[in-house]
Design a protein around this ligand. Structure first.
Ligand code: PMP
Length: 429
């Protein structure tokens, strides 16, 4: 049997750091990343035959669990027709219709291949539409790795200690204004100074790349108000929250309509897919309707569309998201009980199908400063102890957790039993 440790050593020979995305590396953990061979429902199975209850779900897409038979079936059905044609296909229209039906703020939508492409294109479109260069983002929000957005970013950029990446030209970074999350006063102040130079605000309507941080009441509404006042485009990056915190995403949950929405993860059912869309007036500026250029050789790939449509159709069932949120509530309240009993300072935060665990004595975490003030060392020990208990969490204190409908009450109970043992080890050391 080849172990994860051996595979990691082999991987490091020709892959930078042995991984094709930095968040997969066990940064700061004294063990190699786990190499997964297959997954089914709520479980990952590694190359050594170990089973894990998975709360990463491929970083979000697997909302009905891994290897969902309906999603796989939809892909299989199309497979023999060919992988890609580089022409329009009817299934792309089905996908566009479905997205616009589920998310009413989207009138026109363009498919791309990743969340990064979606946000990058939405930014360019906002700049093209307004004729302005500056953009506003929030500290600890992650919107993919395009140049304009890798300034004070969250997720892997933060875990790896490079929230503002080298390689981003200063001349470009200059146009990115970064403000504290959930701080409407800072936003008002910024717009009062340079509001008429700002093309757009891009925001994670629930932050999921510095752990899980909901918007404080009035924050999203405030962003909408200043964008209206100054003629800036409001972009909700719902790559993570779309179809997860509610069927219609955070915008439906909080009742705030953005001008543009970025999607990814669930929309592709586990295939490499992203999308951006919104107001017809703005989206009409995109090529070939308008002058703002954006394109993709494999965009709207028929197999990827089939997977996404199958998954979206499945999670439209009434009660799906309510049941998902209930599972998250059971998990979070169970974790809290056990942490309290063990005398471990920990809180949880959750919105719909996503959640976060913070090792802190603070009663609430609302921004980047508070998130990074949590005890990352205790998190690392907790993560490792949970892995030993057969529970796979995101290997970073700055990532959200994801629930799926395949997680049974027994899975959650086993997770809580594992957490009890893990909390005990935290107290010992
Ligand atoms: N936006 C958000 C909110 C994300 O969470 C992510 C990825 N986790 C992205 C954009 C980038 O997506 P991708 O990794 O598919 O490029």
């Amino acid at each position: 049997m080849t172990t994860s440790a051996q595979l990691f050593e082999q991987a490091c020979r020709h892959i930078p750091g042995g991984v094709n995305s930095p968040v997969r590396a066990f940064k700061g953990l004294e063990r190699p990343p786990v190499f997964i061979e297959r997954a089914q429902g709520a479980y990952l199975f590694d190359v050594e035959g170990q089973r894990y209850i998975d709360y990463v779900g491929s970083w979000g897409p697997m909302i009905t669990g891994h290897a969902d038979p309906e999603v796989l079936g939809a892909v299989r059905e199309r497979l023999d027709n060919g992988l890609s044609f580089g022409t329009p296909t009817a299934i792309e229209t089905t996908m566009a219709d479905l997205i616009c039906e589920i998310i009413p703020s989207i009138e026109l939508v363009r498919m791309v291949n990743s969340g990064t492409e979606a946000t990058m294109s939405a930014i360019r479109l906002s700049r093209g539409y307004t004729g302005r260069d500056k953009i506003v983002k929030f500290e600890g929000n992650y919107h993919g790795h395009s140049d304009s957005l890798l300034v004070k970013a969250g997720s892997g950029a933060l875990t790896h200690g490079e929230p503002s990446s080298p390689g981003v030209p200063a001349a470009l970074a200059e146009h990115t204004v970064t403000l504290p999350y959930n701080d409407m006063e800072a936003v008002e102040e910024c717009f009062a100074k340079i509001g008429d130079e700002i093309a757009c605000i891009i925001v994670e309507p629930v932050a999921g790349n510095m752990n899980c941080i909901p918007p404080v009441p009035g924050f999203l509404e405030g962003l909408r108000r200043v964008c209206n006042e100054y003629g800036s485009v409001l972009i909700f990056d719902e790559v993570m929250t779309g179809f997860r915190v509610a069927l219609g995403g955070a915008q439906s949950l909080y009742g705030v309509m953005p001008d543009l929405t970025c999607l990814g993860k669930i929309v592709g059912g586990g295939m490499p897919v992203g999308a951006f869309g919104g107001k017809r007036e703005i989206m009409s500026q995109i090529s070939p309707l308008g002058p703002v250029y954006q394109a993709g050789t494999l965009a709207g790939n028929p197999l990827a569309m089939a997977a996404g449509i199958a998954l979206l159709s499945k999670i439209r069932e009434p009660g799906f998201h309510q049941a998902l949120a209930q599972r998250v509530e059971t998990l979070c309240s169970g974790l809290q009980e056990r942490a309290d009993a063990a005398g471990v300072a920990m809180i949880t935060q959750r919105v719909g199908g996503m959640f976060g665990v913070f090792f802190t004595a603070q009663s609430q975490v609302e921004n980047f400063a508070q998130a990074t003030a949590c005890d990352a060392d205790v998190f690392r020990r907790f993560f490792s102890a949970m892995l030993d208990q057969g529970v796979y969490l995101a290997p970073s204190a700055y990532e959200a957790g994801f629930m799926s409908s395949a997680h049974t009450p027994e899975d959650i109970q086993m997770t809580l039993d594992g957490a009890k043992a893990a909390f005990a080890t935290l107290r010992e050391s």
